[in-house]
Ligand binder design. Structure first.
Ligand code: IPM
Ligand code: MN
Length: 368
């Protein structure tokens, strides 16, 4: 029997409620697929910070390095100034553990959950690969003459050739393998005839960010030459937002920088059914990766057993896929699809027609 050691960081607000259901479903999958998980809980978050003043000790970062995966609930506490926990826990782990990919599957499971008219699961099914260690997120910049009428605030976007290349590499490989070589439905007949099976869209802003996205675009085409089965496509970030609403079926895999990726994946979450289902992975392919529901700590719903745990269950599924348990990951996703389509009224918190724990039980039962 295979044994996994996984860290759990339930965090703030509804984080513990949803992380618990993710753990429950993975344990059920383990019983069916023959693996066992030893879960190690860490209580970092708002409550601990308010009690002790400690956000994340250096020793914790070192401890996390010993795991292949971390399951995160949520960070963000109504009594803690915004930024302290986000920067001190989430961003710090992303950077120090070199989780340079933020992977966001965008898949709609039921047509009625999509706010865009006439779009169903066939039309909303793509992946966003967001660069997760650079861009505007490095904290590079500063103030001059702070607090005076002449104040200057500079926030720099950092784009290194190494950082861009490793992100592109991940995206090209993902596009190449996504459907096991089966051609993506959005390709033109002549593309398929020419041997193409996938599309990778670079989302940028080459018309204004003429340094950063010049580098991205050159690197994209240079690397793309080695991936003849992947059709290269480009869209500006503003147009990407427009197409997400108008023609989401135009996307297969998208690769973009940190800030644009942050923004477009929230929009993408809405067309896939909302924050109740949207999950992501902060991935270091050679190190420690961290998987999280996108919903945040949702203080309004905390402790009420009404938050939708599916995003956390999906995050846990992605985590098992990352660990190599592909059959278990597929079974978890299939179970989620089944339960959404048969048991859950709405994906919104408080409107599911079942409680948080019931949804977890239903999915766990369907997996077993
Ligand atoms: C996300 C979040 C974070 C980000 C915040 C909480 C720092 O919005 O994971 O997308 O901006 O990356
Ligand atoms: Mn975000």
């Amino acid at each position: 029997m295979k044994n996994y050691s996984i860290a759990v960081l339930p965090g703030d607000g509804t984080g513990p409620e949803v992380a618990r259901e993710g753990v429950k479903v993975v344990n059920a999958a383990g019983r069916r697929f023959g693996f066992k998980v030893d879960w190690h809980d860490y209580d970092f978050g708002g409550d601990r910070y308010l009690k002790t003043g400690e956000v994340l000790p250096d020793s914790a970062v070192e401890e996390f390095r010993r795991y292949k995966a971390i399951l995160l609930g949520a960070v963000g506490h109504p009594e803690v100034k915004p930024g302290i926990l986000e920067k001190g826990i989430l961003l710090r782990l992303r950077f120090e553990l070199e989780q340079y990919i933020n992977l966001r599957p965008v898949k709609l499971y039921r047509a009625t959950d999509c706010p865009v008219k006439d779009k169903g699961p066939e039309q909303v099914d793509f992946m966003v690969v967001r660069e997760n260690n650079e861009g505007l997120y490095t904290g590079s910049g500063g103030f001059v003459f702070k607090g005076t009428p002449h104040e200057i605030a500079v926030q720099e976007s950092i784009n290194t050739r190494r950082g861009v290349d490793r992100c592109l590499k991940y995206a090209f490989e993902l596009a190449k393998r996504r459907r096991g070589g089966k051609p993506w439905g959005g390709l033109k007949p002549e593309d398929v005839k020419a041997g193409q099976t996938a599309q990778l869209t670079l989302c940028g802003k080459t018309n204004v960010l003429t340094y950063a996205f010049d580098l991205w675009e050159r690197a994209f085409h240079e690397m793309g030459a080695a991936y003849p089965t992947v059709k290269r496509d480009y869209t500006h970030v503003d147009a990407t937002c427009m197409w997400f609403v108008k023609n989401p079926e135009w996307f297969d895999v998208i690769v973009t920088d940190n800030m644009f990726g942050d923004i477009i994946t929230d929009l993408a979450a809405m067309i896939q059914g909302g924050l109740g289902v949207a999950a992501g992975g902060n991935i270091n392919p050679e190190g420690t990766s961290m998987f999280e529901p996108m919903g945040g700590s949702a203080p309004k719903y905390t402790g009420k057993n009404v938050i939708n745990p599916i995003a956390a269950i999906n995050a846990a599924g992605m985590m098992m896929d990352f660990l190599g348990e592909t059959a278990a990951a597929k079974a978890i996703e299939d179970a989620v699809i089944k339960i959404i389509n048969t048991k859950i009224k709405s994906l919104a918190a408080g409107k599911m027609g079942c409680s948080t724990t019931q949804v977890g039980d239903l999915v766990a039962e369907a997996v077993a």
